[in-house]
Design a protein around this ligand. Sequence first.
Ligand SMILES: Cc1cc2nc3c(=O)[nH]c(=O)nc-3n(C[C@H](O)[C@H](O)[C@H](O)COP(=O)(O)OP(=O)(O)OC[C@H]3O[C@@H](n4cnc5c(N)ncnc54)[C@H](O)[C@@H]3O)c2cc1C
Length: 560
Amino acid sequence: MLSTYVYPHFDYLTPAELHGGARRRHPVIVVGAGPVGLATAIDLAQQGMPVLLLDDDASVSVGSRGVCYAKRTLEVLDRLGVGDRCFAKGVSWNVGRTFFREHEVYNFQLLSQPDHKRPGMINLQQYYLEEFLVRRAQELPGIDLRWQNRVVGVQQEGQDGEGGVTLQVETPDGVYALACDWLIVADGARSSIRRMLKLEVEGKVFMDRFLIADVVMKADFPAERWFWFDPPFHPGQSVLLHRQADNVWRIDFQLGWQADPDEEQKPEKVMPRIKAMLGEDREFELEWVSVYTFQCRRMSSFRQQRVLFVGDAAHQVSPFGARGANSGIQDADNLVWKLKLVIDGQAPDSLLDSYGEEREFAADENLLNSTRSSDFISPKSKTSLSFRNAVLTLARKYPFARALVNSGRLSVPAFLCGSSLNTHDGEAFNGQMWPGAAMDDAPIREQGRDGWLLDAVGEHFMLLCSVDDPAAVNASTMAVFSALAAAPVPVEAVLLASGGGAAGAGLRVFEDCRGRYAERYDARPGTVYLLRPDQHIAARWRRLDAAAVAAALTRAIGKH
Ligand SMILES: Cc1cc2nc3c(=O)[nH]c(=O)nc-3n(C[C@H](O)[C@H](O)[C@H](O)COP(=O)(O)OP(=O)(O)OC[C@H]3O[C@@H](n4cnc5c(N)ncnc54)[C@H](O)[C@@H]3O)c2cc1C
């Protein structure tokens, strides 16, 4: 098989502990350098937290796994310093088309509005995503990334884990021990640490098999997601087509539960399937073939005292909807600022319970959507199949039926509206920027330079205050801003104005140059938004009230 990608090999170095180095206790150890562990370690290091990252392998993910990375994930990757690389290498798309037999029955647009920095989705092979993250991790002095370091033992120490966590780690040079205050587990769906700690993961296995064929070909199909139900070239089953980087096209063929996975991967079985789809004359080469099944399940609690589970180790979904790595990277985004505040003694330990609360909620939403998609794609009974086909037939003509077509509801961030960290609205607002929502992007201009709102906020608490004239902010408001900046958990106040302008006392001013901020946030002069470090809304008001901001901040850091 042809491979256009050259897998990097990352060097193993004998750990200092194995040649007599002093054993010290690490504040944080992350296990697993997949996309989620890497994102977590980078975020920690960017926030000034030293981190030890262990992985049992010496390269990136082999073969074809994750493809689609959603807008929200790209925004997190921007904050982690790899958004541009992923965007430049990936294939951007916003349109998805669904076909039933010979006909298109439905299409959707992921981003209905212009003026967002990132597209609805990009397609990028997972090995590229991981390689870009590894390169970024290597740039950061705070990360000690150790390859071929497999965790083989784990214990929580002391009552309630108060004594931290100890690990036994196996390397080519032998086994050594490590100790840490906090352990973040990102060791994937088969998490050996979850097993070692005797923790359960609950859910179900889907009785279906899918063939992945990655083919290299030059084709002028548009950069769109195409999904077929019961196409003439693969009757009775479904097929999904995605274009990835380097002219690699990913095709997922549904096979049914009875299919023999070993037989199905043989070229003599795979090639006719692809030729039936692409036509006999199309030139292509196979890059990768595999057969997968999937599970939809999660741990009941992502926090286990001083052990925090993220990504596939905590939850797994079907690939339809692209919610695996996307949601895992959003776990990291949610966890790291909280852990940093707790380690720095600025927030109570209970803030970490809100990591579980918020991301278990998000996982349930992902599981629900992913299970519904799987049920629509693989009907479990003749009745369900008849219903599914009736919906697809009606969808060609009738808009009401299109809403029922489900070839995978694609990853969007969860609205954490029920979170205990939110302060509920006391005034009326239009739109969707409710407390708990992940922020919408908007074009802004700062000091004459065009930019994006989401590139300008995050990693610490911020207060966005809409004003008419930045130069006219009065002394009492300035005093509130100064007090917030000097608070134990500092809050940076920034002014937003439709016409821009300069403010006193070194305050930043964002010009809402195309009016999108006002529109998306239903903001008018006086409106104030309190933002969390992970770009979620904590609270909002129609006028600045120092006591209300202080109370909302207290709540947002888990002090109730
Ligand atoms: C067919 C398919 C299609 C998919 N499509 C998408 C998609 O389009 N979009 C999307 O977002 N997601 C998709 N996913 C899901 C995505 O691949 C996973 O969600 C993602 O890889 C999870 O990342 P992770 O870092 O949690 O775990 P992993 O990627 O599994 O990484 C775990 C890491 O931990 C290491 N490790 C394991 N055990 C140990 C140990 N004991 N000690 C040290 N290191 C250890 C492993 O070597 C590995 O590097 C797809 C998955 C499949 C199978």
